[in-house]
Design a protein around this ligand. Sequence first.
Ligand SMILES: *Cc1c(COP(=O)(O)O)cnc(C)c1O
Length: 430
Amino acid sequence: MNYYSLNQQAPNASFRDAVIKGLAPDKGLYFPESITALPKEFFENIEELSNTEIAFQAIKQFVSPEIPDNVLKTIIDETLSFEFPVVPLNDNISTLELFHGPTMAFKDVGARFMARCLGYFNRDNSNEVTVLVATSGDTGGAVANGFLGVKGVNVVILYPSGKVSDIQEKQLTTLGQNITALEVNGTFDDCQAMVKTAFLDSELTNHMQLTSANSINVARWLPQLFYFMFAYKQLHSKYDNIVFSVPSGNFGNVCAGMIAQQLGLPIKHFIASNNENNVVTRYLQTRLYSPQPSIQTISNAMDVGNPSNFIRIQEIYKNNFESLKDNLSSYSFSDDEAKEAMLEIYDEFNYVADPHGAVGYLGSKSYLKSNPNAHCVFLETAHPTKFLDVVESVIKEKQSLPSQIEAVMDKEKKSVKISLYEDLKRYLLK
Ligand SMILES: *Cc1c(COP(=O)(O)O)cnc(C)c1O
């Protein structure tokens, strides 16, 4: 599959080149040249297929021929070595738990897949790559874990000092080896801006191959379509009007769901559930797209003022506002509303949701008011104990830590403090 740049000013790239570059030379995001739907029977008989087989059929067209089928099967098998259960809350609302991977956030899927693709492309050591990634919380841990020990790949993670949870910080600062954490005196937007500047800085790019492991990278973004299919597999015999509510930040996850829909997954509608960083909610109300500086909230992985993947969503719907609106609703919620929702989910369903999942739940409820026959599946994008302080103070119940999290708690944090872009550049050039 070839990919074109959404800025239209760069040559098309193979999957391999798109993954290694991250962003096109004209700074546009890569988008697949074509999307061929899978046969109807694939979805009708989906419960007969294993998750690996579903994922293989779904992503093959996007990665071949650069990744041969047998290698792709192994990559997928290793990527998906955990569960993706759907838990029903009532007849109208279920949750898809995406937190059973090693860092307990959905980003494990994309990070593990991308790391293995890069590892394959570098199998003869000819493509030394530096992965530069900004994180608002969960990306850093998932990328650090996914890329740990992959040869020929150095990972540099930028995170905003004091704005990620303790557990998230441990997950991205304690691994060592080929992983370095840079602790930025600033916000997530500052981290993301530094990464963007680095990609534009020819003194750096002439010197080293930089790539991104944010969802702008096609190998991080596309595998996220898998679990929409896994949820459908678990639900389609019971419900025929499934709607996904996706707690959204950079909009990579919901955009991947839309690619699953383009592949033929019979999904009626998507809900982008936002915290107070609500540029898309406002866009759908006003047709005005006006990015804002990010606001800090309890669902910090969604504190994004200018979502990088929204342009891909525009491309899917051919920049047609009406057809976008037919497929996407968006709602925005305050921290107080999210906390009330966490309490409600706990009291009514005896289920512990994290702050991001709680926003997804609220999006489901808002949508159901005008669409009472839908079955809404909100994505539980991270395990609640990753946000221990908030969760315990809201539901007033002590949580026990899963083994994945316990394992990092006693390790020693190692980070390099930086404030300015020049600090980042000096670090990369040394
Ligand atoms: C990254 C993240 C999100 C937002 O996902 P996007 O693909 O950036 O929209 C939501 N919840 C959690 C827990 C995350 O880590």
